[in-house]
Design a protein around this ligand. Structure first.
Ligand SMILES: Nc1ncnc2c1ncn2[C@@H]1O[C@H](COP(=O)(O)OP(=O)(O)O)[C@@H](O)[C@H]1O
Ligand SMILES: [Mg+2]
Length: 250
């Protein structure tokens, strides 16, 4: 298996507070990692430090073998645009653009795909996520679930190596959470590596591996294997994850 991301002895401090202590882990192509832990354990800080939104205080982050931990802003933004996709708790879409224009914009910004490829990829993504019919709508005319689907399509327009998410279902109700997670699972099944932070045990059951942070250290890991959408395996995963989380004191 190809290693997509390698994190070596990552530390992160703010002023005199050390938030991440000595984080080391690898992510293979096609994995789906869920990062869990109590509020304040350093989940978002870890996600930002491995995705170039913030720089580690020390240690290394290798994306497809290339060290990205000490790049300048310009090189890092380019990598973020071309090789990474991001989904947050809020969709952060541009108000004055349609759903479709929000999705294609990073495609044109990156300039790696032709106009035709970008449009075709947008159509495919919108069909797959069930928002094709609302493509011309204003972002104020669609539901919260549709906004988050739009954010996912936008994150995938440049075929990123990794899709990152910080609480991507954090402001969704349980049925919309299920729909969005079904989409993320299907994107992952088609080969995109996924790394998300969540405090929702049910969302973590979708991952192939769960990493539990405690006070800025990796405290435990749980390997679950690929997600399968049948009742028996879902029930098994929920049981395993909830017992494991309980053991971590979550
Ligand atoms: N920009 C920052 N400046 C100072 N302290 C920060 C900053 N970001 C996070 N922290 C601190 O780092 C710790 C971990 O925060 P965070 O990574 O947001 O945790 P989580 O996402 O697990 O809730 C907290 O104590 C928080 O106050
Ligand atoms: Mg957080």
């Amino acid at each position: 298996m190809n290693t997509v991301l390698e994190v070596k002895n990552l530390r992160k401090s703010f002023e005199d507070e050390q938030v991440l202590h000595d984080i080391t882990f690898k992510v293979d192509e096609g994995e789906f990692i869920a990062i869990m832990g109590q509020s304040g354990s350093g989940k978002s800080t870890l996600l930002y430090s491995i995705s170039g939104m913030d720089s580690p205080t020390s240690g290394n982050v290798l994306l497809c073998g290339k060290d990205i931990s000490r790049l300048d802003d310009k090189d890092m933004s380019e990598i973020r645009l071309k090789q990474m996709g991001f989904v947050f708790q809020h969709s952060y879409l541009l108000k004055n653009l349609s759903i479709r224009d929000n999705i294609v914009l990073p495609g044109f910004k990156a300039g790696t795909l032709s106009r035709e490829e970008i449009n075709q990829n947008a159509d495919e993504l919108m069909k797959k996520t069930g928002i094709y019919a609302v493509g011309s709508h204003d972002i104020k005319q669609v539901s919260g679930g549709e906004l988050q689907r739009t954010a996912i399509c936008r994150a995938l327009i440049n075929h990123p190596d990794i899709l990152f998410g910080d609480e991507p279902t954090g402001s969704l109700n349980s049925s919309t959470t299920k729909e969005v997670m079904d989409i993320i699972n299907s994107v992952n099944r088609e080969g995109t590596t996924v790394i998300i932070v969540t405090h929702d045990a049910k969302v973590a059951t979708r991952a192939s591996r769960v990493i539990y942070l405690m006070d800025g250290n990796i405290h435990a890991e749980l390997a679950l294997g690929s997600y399968e959408d049948d009742e028996q395996s879902k029930a098994w995963r929920e049981k395993i994850v909830s017992e494991w989380l309980q053991k971590q004191g979550f």
